[in-house]
Design a protein around this ligand. Structure first.
Ligand code: ADE
Length: 341
């Protein structure tokens, strides 16, 4: 899945990984926002610690860039164990998952990102592993086939997904430690995250500058940090301070508008309006018209457009709201007048 948002973000950048790692919160106090999730995890982890047992499995879901992986790292640190990280698409065969599970050390945290992309046949071997801590291996074929049960070391699975609806009911029910939905961040929370990032990256900027970036961050820490770095580049190259004015110029060059929409977001709105009379229209048709991946539209672009009320999802498809028309500078037709959010 493409989680690079906005889509102007290059896939690879020298030093990017280490910069991103440097910005990752190291402690619960550094992790801003999501207060309910933090409190639930605190209780789950301290109860497990108090009783001396392995914390139960946790499912984290929500749009990309909101800090699911970061939470997995913090949980691992809290337990004092090691994180084994993999992802749904990386596990291609039953044997891959069996090997990951049997190679865990007692107390490990197994992190499976994009778990919705785990193949159903493979998923089934997770059920007994999560429920009873065992691995059922079938040896042989046909009438001679028999099942051997291997005991696994105690471990905690932390799974993350942007698409909870794609998880099967049996899999969802195995996260006995809890299923938590990460929410979009407020502008104030994003500004606080940016203040910390600026300190780490040695960037000088004031609260107005952080708020300006926050307003254009799609309420998403990953995007906010990305914009901070790009705005700093712009300021450095042009030998300007990182002021509100400079930020506006830098982000205009990246084609990011005042509310953080990028060109693809705006194309989605104008396509629905120009080609499909404002909707309702199905995801497939939007994706085909824009030559974009359905998954990218559904997982990256739509959640935020819906969050800020520019589109709505109806049983018959996607519809642009009156605010959506207004945002891209179109008159609101009568048909969309009732679509006020
Ligand atoms: N990076 C990703 N999520 C974060 C958060 N909640 N607080 C601080 N930095 C973050």
């Amino acid at each position: 899945m493409n989680t690079n948002i906005p889509n102007t973000q290059p896939k690879k950048e020298t030093g990017m990984r280490s910069l991103d790692q440097a910005l990752r919160p190291e402690s619960w106090t550094e992790y801003i926002g999501q207060p309910t999730i933090k409190e639930n995890l605190r209780i789950l982890l301290s109860a497990a610690k108090g009783r001396g047992h392995q914390p139960e499995h946790v499912l984290l879901y929500g749009p990309p860039g909101l800090g699911k992986t970061t939470l997995a790292h913090l949980i691992t640190k809290e337990i004092g164990s090691s994180l084994r990280a993999t992802s749904g698409p990386a596990i291609e065969r039953v044997g891959d998952l069996a090997s990951i599970l049997t190679n865990l050390s007692p107390g490990d945290v197994l992190f499976i990102d994009e778990i919705h992309r785990l193949n159903r046949n493979i998923e089934e071997i997770l059920y007994p592993a999560l429920e009873a801590g065992v691995l059922d291996i079938i040896i042989g074929k046909g009438p001679a086939a028999r099942t051997v049960q291997l005991e696994l070391p105690p471990f905690t699975l932390i799974a993350a997904t942007t698409r909870i609806s794609m998880l099967s009911a049996p899999l969802r029910s195995r996260f006995s430690g809890g299923t938590f939905r990460l929410a979009y961040y407020s502008h104030e929370e994003i500004a606080e995250i940016l203040r910390r990032s600026a300190r780490i990256l040695n960037i000088e900027a004031d609260q107005d500058a952080f708020m300006e970036i926050a307003r254009r961050s799609r309420a998403t820490p990953r995007t906010a940090n990305y914009l901070l770095k790009r705005a700093r580049d712009f300021a450095d190259v042009n030998q300007e301070p990182l002021s509100v004015k400079t930020i506006k110029k830098a982000l205009a060059l990246l084609e990011i508008d005042e509310i953080g929409l990028n060109q693809t977001d705006r194309d989605i709105l104008s396509t629905i309006i120009d080609k499909f009379h404002g909707g309702p229209v199905g995801l497939k048709s939007i994706a085909a018209t824009l030559s974009e991946e359905e998954a990218t539209i559904e997982e990256v672009h739509e959640p935020y457009l819906m969050q800020i009320g520019l589109i709505e999802r109806t049983p018959r498809g996607r519809v642009v709201t009156s605010q959506g028309y207004t945002h891209i500078g179109y008159d609101v037709p009568e048909s969309a007048q009732g679509k006020l959010v």
